[in-house]
Design a protein around this ligand. Structure first.
Ligand code: NI
Length: 140
């Protein structure tokens, strides 16, 4: 075992939000062909699950990499409260100008969270849009 073991800890948070997957640079027909039901003009919603993973060494004083209730508060303040019960196309400042697919949402959330988890390091976000579909991002 390493002298300073690197441990990854993960906190899960849930939220729901609306969106429309639509590229305004394309015609209505092209959008419909590419995105189908997800292009519905009157929006649709998802119950999202977000898993936030932080890696670091164990603080000898606490035995924690990061207190998971502290991590929960960071994710709540920086991301969840800005998206929960909102519309990704209209309401979320960090999603301005991008198509609100899970891919783009997870990158937007990364940018909000990565600076906030020191001395740990944000190493992975997993965003579940449905129980069948999820995306992972590791900051690359
Ligand atoms: Ni959708």
């Amino acid at each position: 075992m390493a002298d300073s073991p690197q441990i990854t800890v993960t906190r899960r948070l849930l939220f729901n939000a609306a969106h429309r997957v639509h590229n305004p640079a394309l015609s209505d027909e092209e959008n419909q062909r590419l995105f189908g039901k997800c292009n519905n003009p009157n929006w649709h919603g998802h119950n999202y699950t977000l898993d936030v993973s932080v890696r670091g060494t164990v603080d000898p004083r606490t035995g924690y990499v990061i207190d998971l209730s502290v991590l929960k508060r960071i994710v709540q303040d920086r991301v969840v409260e800005r998206v929960d019960h909102r519309n990704f196309n209209l309401d979320v400042d960090f999603m301005k100008g991008v198509i609100p697919t899970s891919e783009n949402i997870v990158v937007g959330m990364w940018r909000e969270l990565a600076p906030a988890v020191q001395p740990g390091t944000l190493v992975k976000l997993v965003l579940w849009e449905t129980s069948n579909n999820y995306v992972e991002y590791t900051g690359e």
